[in-house]
Write a protein that binds this ligand. Structure first.
Ligand SMILES: CC(C)(COP(=O)(O)OP(=O)(O)OC[C@H]1O[C@@H](n2cnc3c(N)ncnc32)[C@H](O)[C@@H]1OP(=O)(O)O)[C@@H](O)C(=O)NCCC(=O)NCCS
Length: 158
């Protein structure tokens, strides 16, 4: 697998939109293609790809300030969920953002995914609220560039 940034509007970005729509919108009866995603041009898109350049997982980072960034639209392809790919995606995303100088991550986490982020050392910072009809909670984590050189972007066989 390879972790890399996805360029807005590219073929990789089209794969990203398909994945987000399938995993995060269609199950709620919504379509990503009804949304105005132009503002996402300013955001940083990441993906984990297999050797055939198929997108397995994605995440978006939306800077809130020079030090704080919101992670959104985290999705793993359904047939690859529960295999450790989400953990790799978040680890590589954190490392990339830390190297860009961000120090604090925030997320609006679906209640069904709180256990996943708790395992990755995110803490809840607020009460439950509803977004797009789905119960969420705010979670956050402080990050810093890893001193461990072995923790580079994911490049491994799958
Ligand atoms: C939530 C999601 C991103 C997790 O990615 P994943 O690849 O399935 O997770 P991983 O296999 O890397 O799991 C890492 C750890 O978190 C746990 N975990 C994964 N999903 C979990 C969940 N929904 N609730 C509780 N624990 C979870 C795993 O059991 C694993 O624990 P372990 O290390 O003790 O074995 C993915 O399942 C997904 O895309 N779900 C649908 C969309 C979604 O909910 N996105 C998040 C929106 S806030």
């Amino acid at each position: 697998m390879t972790f890399r940034e996805i360029e807005f509007g590219s073929d990789d970005f089209r794969q990203e939109c398909e994945l987000r729509n399938e995993v995060l919108r269609v199950p709620s009866g919504l379509s990503l293609y009804d949304e105005n995603i132009e503002e996402e041009k300013q955001q940083i898109h990441f993906g984990l790809f297999n050797a055939c350049n198929d997108l397995l997982a994605c995440a978006i980072a939306a800077p809130l300030s020079t030090t704080e960034v919101k992670i959104r639209q985290v999705a793993v392809r359904p047939e690859f969920q529960g295999k450790g790919i989400g953990r790799l995606l978040i680890r590589d995303t954190e490392q990339d953002l830390a190297l860009r100088g961000f120090a604090h991550l925030v997320l609006h986490v679906r209640m069904t995914a709180v256990g996943f982020y708790t395992k990755l050392d995110y803490g809840s910072v607020d009460d439950e609220f509803v977004e797009l009809g789905i119960p969420h909670i705010r979670m956050g984590k402080n990050i810093q560039p890893s001193k461990d050189c072995s923790v580079g972007p994911s490049v491994c066989e799958i």
